[in-house]
Write a protein of this length. Sequence first.
Length: 399
Amino acid sequence: MSDAPALMVTPPDFLADPALGTVLAALPEARIAGGAVRDTLARRPVADIDLATPRRPEEVTAALAAAGIRAVPTGIAHGTVTAVSGGRGFEITTLRRDVQTDGRHAVVDFTDDWRVDAARRDFTMNALSMTRDGAVFDYFGGIGDLHAGLVRFVGDPATRIAEDYLRILRFFRFHARYGAGPPDAAAVAAIRAGVPGLTLLSAERVWSELARILAAPDPRGAVALMGELGVLAAVLSEGADPARLARVVAAGAPADPVLRLAALLTGDAEAVAARLRLSNAERDRLVQLLGAPLARPGTDDATLRRWLAEAEPGVVMDRTWLEGGGGPEWGALRARLGALERPVFPLEGRDVLALGLAPGPRVGALLRGVRDWWLAGGCVADAGACRAALARLAAGEAA
């Protein structure tokens, strides 16, 4: 097959970026690869810009250095160098072919053949590349699949999945963002058969992909399909309810993966967070989203202030989505919450010490007592009122 472009497009705006232009001037043979090409053709915003080149990593590094561009060896074993230009990073990866795969990782060798490199990619719409003048190269029908909303593996789906079982989850990420209509039948059959291989993946890789699926503008169809094929039970063995997630998405909830995980999950949040190795912040937020009080349209402002003072920022607001709160009364509740400042208890330990008490357990006990009084009053008492309450409490204990 000749290496002729399948399509010529008007060079996208991001190619006019001087920082990228400097890198491409140092590596004129390089092409834009992957997501930036796909999103350009789909007329979507382009986020990350990755490059591919037939030059070996050491040659890339030397060319960048000659142009005065800093090169960071971010993935030399797999041929990736990051060029830092204009304060931004551009990943540049040498064309590769797989030498050995084990379902999790690949041993690669370098090549100068663009089609060979495209053949090792997962989906046809992810195997596109584009030159700086707008020539798009498509070796496996990716342009047609992209416009049809069909996520299709390059080559035999079962073989591609066996090379790296993470491709099962990547399929659903791509399907959530680009899919339209029924999924590819061959892909569905291979995914169903490949589900046991998901146990080979690290928890970090699973959560990374699951989070990206949930962050899609509308993941409902992809998540429902995951449930049908047994994928959801494999990655969320604690229990999941796609219908509940669907209600929350339909209500207009933010495309926040932790919020959507809370909507999807029916099992123990702590167990899921530990198994998938969520960050501490993600774990704490997930637990609060599933355990904090649920504000409802009839909840009074004093109660809302108490909950705002006790919860992590944003949790009380986000909890309002978990019952599918999309009606006007829920919108009014969120407007009320948005107008309330998060109350902050105005006293500290030094306020107790100022009464002449010695440091010790009694200081914390008095402070907690005043805070409970402040909370019970709807968190409206100012510092002066709280100090007066503190004095009364301390005097009462002394008596």
